[in-house]
Design a binder for this molecule. Sequence first.
Ligand SMILES: [Zn+2]
Length: 388
Amino acid sequence: MTAFLVEDIALLVTNDPAAGAGLLGSISAGALVVESGRVAWTGPAVRAPACDVRIGAGGGAVLPGFVDSHTHLVFAGDRLGDFTGRMTGAPYSPAGISATVAATRAAPDEVLTANVARLLAELRTGGVTTVEVKSGYGLTVPDEARALAIARMFTDETTFLGAHVVPAEFAGNRDAYLELVTGPMLAAAAPHARWIDVFCDRGAFDEAEARRVCTAGMAVGLTPRLHGNQLEPGPGVRLAVELGAASVDHCTHLTDDDVAALAGSATVATLLPGAEFSTRSPYPDARRLFDAGVTVAIATDCNPGTSYTTSMSFCIALAVREMRMSPAEAVWAATAGGARALRRDDVGVLRPGSRADFLVLAAPDPGYLAYRPGVPLVAGVWKDGRRI
Ligand SMILES: [Zn+2]
């Protein structure tokens, strides 16, 4: 593959503080050289090396592709009825997951695969170049293994979430379900998964159960990431830090001790503003996390029940408007923060050697993603140096 130069960039966001100004490592009137799918050079356009192939960014901003570190794309059916009910007064309940479980189990492979492909195309169009996908709507040994095998066709960032909820057929026997999840289901899922996840919250799994699931996964080489503290204060954050989880996701209800634990750890706090939006719930206060020095990511949480969006731009706008992030912090959280949540240093950043995953905005500054909410500003997306 020949090298090419991206020029006519109003602002190049590198996320490399050594390369440019501020949190985003921004370079005004910047340029970018790509070679063999990797970034070869970044800097001011006036110092750019000669290059035969040039691509104009139209005076827009260029930033790393979004890293969506939390999705549930393998499912069938929808839950428009749940959403409509919540918008007219019904509270959110994790029990709604069982409707999606029934639809997913009944769906043929081709339907699930086509649904993932459709949602991934939406994500890509919106600028997402790295995506994590969870299982969790099968909740039987073959259905969880199937979900992860389908997810693996699209991404290496796959997460086994057999401990999403206890399925209806085990309602009277939680312990038998945990035996299954940590035994035969884990064995069938692990070859297709990098991560293990558990929903540690009211109506899902308690602290002891969540610890049991995570330690079983760690014993077979998976790294934990947790759903925690979404519905009420609880043990999820502290357990995630104790286990060295890559991320604890939602973090809506945090005590001062939770914030302090996160600040002293390598565990990322992943915020999912689409979930609060779609369940009309109070948003977490990201300002409190940034001020304490916590590493923060934002992700779409794309799922049919509580956040049926694939738009990182929308999540950035919500994070700024509702979670008290600055526009720069929200852009960082959607790129570098997501990469940290997946323990990746080759994405979420544009510096020599990183993957040439980037997007061009039809706007001169990434702050426009929050300033012009709902407007499709992503004008072009490149993954591994190829336009998609
Ligand atoms: Zn989730």
